[in-house]
Design a binder for this molecule. Sequence first.
Ligand SMILES: NC(=O)c1ccc[n+]([C@@H]2O[C@H](COP(=O)([O-])OP(=O)(O)OC[C@H]3O[C@@H](n4cnc5c(N)ncnc54)[C@H](O)[C@@H]3O)[C@@H](O)[C@H]2O)c1
Length: 341
Amino acid sequence: MKDKIKVCLIGCGRAGMIHAKSYSRYVKNAELIAICDPDEENLKAAQEEVEVQNIYTDYKEVMKNKDIDAVIVVTPTKFHHQIVIAAANAGKHVFCEKPMAINEEECDDMIRVCKEKGVKLQLGFMRRFDKNFQKGKAVIDSGDIGEVTLLKSNTHGPSEPKAWMFDVRSSYGPIGEVNSHDFDTLRWYAGCEVKKIHAIGHNFRSPEVKEQYPEYYDTCVVLLEFKNGIVGTISGAQYVKYGYDARAEILGTKGLVKVGTQKADDVEVITEQQKNISDSVNSWRSLFADAYVSEADSFIECILNDGEPEVTGYDGKMALVLVHAGLKSILEKRPVEISGH
Ligand SMILES: NC(=O)c1ccc[n+]([C@@H]2O[C@H](COP(=O)([O-])OP(=O)(O)OC[C@H]3O[C@@H](n4cnc5c(N)ncnc54)[C@H](O)[C@@H]3O)[C@@H](O)[C@H]2O)c1
């Protein structure tokens, strides 16, 4: 058995560099030996952050390097399918960021080829590795709050939408960009698939694009009914400016669990004007810094011990099914049944 898994990062952008740092600094049984990005500037910036032996501008070249055991796919979503299939065909284990792909057919293909080639496929839902979100799950499993009845998950992101996000038929809007994490968390907490979804969305913060993009929404609420009867809500918003806000709530028949906080630390500053000020979390990068490292550790251990990934291709596909159904519900202004899963 190998003692270290040799890894290549494919896609050296915002999220990619988080993984680059995890694999090069914190994951003891992995070695980041290569990076790949067609953008020379991003590649150069990445080289300044991490030291690697191999630099690629074309992912197809990565697949020819027999020393690479696993790839971390962090490109724009539309490239995930082709890169994951190429990696699996080259016998490389795959970690793939969310959203898994553009459509369900691509997800099925990725799951099938990884299985046929005997390589691991893990998806990037890092909340499952966050100690607060994990404690929520542990309380559910312990039975301490009785039967789960109502689940809530909230993600509000601070960033101004990029131009490509306004066309929600291709970007999905916040329900895809921000809330795919909430769909995964609630499926995980409910231990069950969703039966019906109803979502409503409106544009409050970008009135200047209303005429050109009448379907764009920056705020949404999603109602979910699970097959086991649990009900759930998701609140989603982008461009909220006040910080990155990811929290969940689990209401059981015998108690309540509140997961997460908007506070960056436990310090409050109270002034003579009777103002109470505390710093708020500004980014998913800081909020989930430890979770990204645990996620990477888990992927490497799963390869070394020939285990099952904690977040599977099927989890990636089901989050995408819910994103699609949620957007359909927003656009058609009606509840949507989730069939066939
Ligand atoms: N898990 C999370 O919390 C999280 C957070 C942010 C982004 N993401 C996901 O990560 C992915 C990347 O998002 P991002 O925000 O880092 O985007 P980004 O635009 O910052 O970075 C993408 C990088 O991929 C490179 N790239 C483009 N085509 C490529 C190709 N064919 N081969 C190799 N590299 C290529 C780009 O040049 C760029 O450097 C998306 O799927 C996104 O949804 C996940």
